[in-house]
Every structure is written in C-alpha cells, then in structure tokens.
Design a protein around this ligand. Structure first.
Ligand code: PLP
Length: 396
C-alpha cells in the first residue's frame, strides 16, 4: 500500500527537540532523575487560580466561551495591563484570548502575513518561530544575538529589513538566553519598523521574570502602539503551562483578523480555566515581586552549581533558563557535540537538558551549548546539583 502523502509544509520541520528531550527523560530516567529540558515548573500553581477554575467547573461552565475570550478574562487582562504598564487595551476591540502564547503567535502570523513575506527572527531563537513562519507561508530572516551577553548589532539588524519584510518577532525576556532587550535596542527595532512599515509581534511570556533591569514593552515606544501585537499569557507567570491560556493585545483592525483566524484554529481556550485566569490576573503586586525574587534565588544558586562543574555562562537577567557553554564537558567526555551530550546525559545520567543547536539554523553554531531550565522546586535543583557534581567533580 502506498503511504499517505504528507504536506510540503510538514516536511520542512521536525518534532520539537525540547519536547523530545522530555519524552526521552520519561522513557529512560528513574525517580532520582531531573528534567531540566522543557520549561515548566514542577511546583504547584497558586491555590486561588485553581480554586477559581474548580468553582467555574462546579458551576457548570462547560460550554464554549466567546471565541475571542470570556468577558471576565478580557476585563481582567485590560485591568492588569493598565496596572502594570499604564495603558488599558479595549477588551471589546483589542484583546484576543488564545490557547497559549503558542497559538497566539500562530494566529498573529496567519492573520498578518502573506506567503512570500519575510518575518525577522532573532537567533538563537525559541524553536517554534521557524515552523510558525513556515506554516504561515512566510520566510524567516534571522538576525544574530551575539554571545556572551547576546548583544544586538544595529547594523546587522538594519541590513535584514527590506521591502518584503512584513513582521519582526521580538521575544523579551528571551528564551533561550534570558536576555532582556534594552531600551536602546527596542528603539532601533521601533525605528526600523516605522521606516519599513513592519508590524512587531512581541512574545512577552516571561514579562514578570526579570531580575536585572526592567521589562519594557515595544508597544509603549512612540509610534509603536499602532504597529505592535503583544503576546503574553498564563503559562510562566502563574506556573500553569498546561492550562493553555495566552492572549494578544493588538490594534482593532489587526484584532479583527486575528480573531477570525483564532476562531477557525481553535474556537477558543477552555472556558472554566479562563475564569481561573481572570482571578489570577487580579493578584496583588506582592505576587509578582515574590515570584521574581524566588526565581532570582533559583537562578543564582543553580548558576553557581553550573560554574562549579566547569560550564561558562553569563548571568541571564530574565526568564528561567541558562544557555551555558559546555565545551569543557564535551572535551572531558570525548563527545562530538551538544546533541550527543544531551542524549548521553538523559540516557546515562538521568538529566534532561536541551542541546544548544536546536536554537540555531546551523547546528554547528550551538554545538557547544546546552540549555538548562531552573524553574524547579529547591529539592529538584538540589538533586540536579548532586547529579552534576557527581558527574564532573574535578572539572572546575
Ligand atoms: N514563548 C516562549 C518564548 C516560550 O519559551 C514558551 C514556552 O516555553 C512559549 C512561548 C509557550 O507559551 P504558552 O505555554 O503560552 O503557549
């Protein structure tokens, strides 16, 4: 029998390496193993969030919510945005709730780009953006962030804009590097977007995880509110990655197109979970301050462990990852590259990490890099420290 023919689009990318690492971990690792690959917390989500969703389920909120988001959640998003950033988006015309920032990005690209358009992506990149561009028919164009502090070069940025450029994806705080884009860098991006009539699609899912500096929204720069789509969501700020709730803030005309695409992609996010989210978005300021403090402590202690076992990494100012140079390990273990190292760590030593090459177009660029996520309970991070120190006691 002839196999079913698959699409050209699907042939252009592979399974997510990050999620593959989690699967390998589940297959190979014992109870003492640690999964530092996929970016999800292993500690509970806030009680008030869970209780509000349970109450909604008990109240029989079982049917479709409004496709672009329950009114209660859109009102809460508007109020929270106004509280944190001083600008209140219109819940009726400028907010769309989606199934996570992941669907939000896909909906934005499908709604705002045409086949043949170019979409600028910073490299290293969150691995979804390449396939997102392919699925929307657009062509990704890459601009490098330069190690060790993942600096952006304004001349390189300017060189990639042209008449075909339709959108730029700006992820700040940034996965995998933890970079927080500076005001000056956002200014360069804003000026070029205006010069070339380009829309900025920002992924700000780590907006509350900033330890040095300040999270700045591109949409708050002069002239950018009308050409920016801001994406964020529940996953990281409220430790609920499995709830699949995110949202887009966009000018009204863009929102019409985004809502149309979103409706036919997924109809909408889970109705009772949207009620839980509406409650969480009204948490007091102390919630966000404590979240950032806890993560900063985790970052500092975990980074010290990584450095003590021979890895080098600049201190990431945001998000919850460390992208570390593992050249010393590769040499010590006589392994050829990051992929071999990641596979060896998960199959032989019960530690799941992400090979750095998955964040680059050309695998060789990330062949000495490994990404660790530290959004874990103290005991998980202690177990990780023990496993790592046992592995490489004399490297440092
Ligand atoms: N954007 C970035 C930069 C991420 O790192 C992640 C998850 O790791 C996501 C989006 C996924 O967000 P969501 O769970 O809301 O789909």
């Amino acid at each position: 029998m002839m196999p079913i023919r698959t699409s050209q689009k699907a042939a252009q990318f592979n399974e997510s390496v990050i999620r593959e690492m989690t699967r390998l971990f589940l297959t190979h690792s014992g109870p003492e193993g640690v999964n530092l690959a996929q970016g999800f917390p292993d500690f509970p989500a806030p009680d008030a969030l869970k209780e509000a969703a349970c109450a909604a389920i008990r109240a029989d909120l079982n049917q479709y919510a409004i496709t672009w988001g329950a009114k209660s959640l859109r009102e809460a998003i508007a109020d929270k945005t106004a509280h944190h950033y001083g600008v209140r988006p219109d819940p009726e015309r400028e907010i769309t709730v989606a199934c996570g920032a992941t669907e939000a990005m896909m909906a934005a690209l499908l709604a705002l780009t045409n086949p043949g358009d170019e979409v600028i992506v910073f490299e290293p990149f969150y691995e979804n953006y390449g396939p997102d561009a392919v699925l929307s028919g657009a062509t990704p164009r890459f601009v490098r962030l330069h190690a060790p502090d993942w600096r952006l070069d304004p001349a390189e940025l300017a060189a990639v804009f042209n008449n075909k450029t339709r959108a730029i994806i700006v992820n700040t705080p940034h996965n995998p590097t933890g970079k927080v884009f500076a005001a000056e860098e956002l200014g360069w991006i804003a000026a070029l977007c205006q010069k070339w009539d380009v829309v900025a699609i920002t992924d700000e899912i780590y907006e509350h995880l900033v330890y040095e500096g300040k999270h700045l929204r591109l949409s708050d720069l002069p002239g950018m509110a009308e050409r920016t789509v801001t994406i964020t969501g529940l996953s990281k700020t409220y430790s609920a990655t499995g709830w699949r709730i995110g949202w887009l803030l966009a000018p009204p005309e863009a929102t019409v197109a985004i809502r149309r695409v979103h409706d036919f992609l997924t109809v909408g996010a889970a109705a009772p979970l949207q009620e839980g989210a509406a409650t969480a978005l009204r948490f007091p300021d102390t919630y966000y301050a404590e979240l950032a403090t806890r993560y900063q402590e985790k970052r500092d202690s975990f980074l010290a462990v990584l450095r003590s076992v021979g890895l080098t990494a600049t201190t990431p100012p945001g998000a919850y990852y460390v992208l570390a140079d593992a050249s010393v390990w590769l040499k010590t273990l006589k392994l050829p590259d990051d992929k071999a190292l990641a596979r060896w760590l998960v199959t032989e030593r019960d530690i799941a990490v992400v090979p750095g090459s998955s964040f680059f177009r050309v695998p060789a660029e990330g062949a000495n890099l490994i990404r660790f996520c530290y959004c874990k309970k103290p005991e998980t991070l202690e177990r990780a420290a023990k496993l790592l120190t046992a592995l490489f006691p004399g490297v440092a």
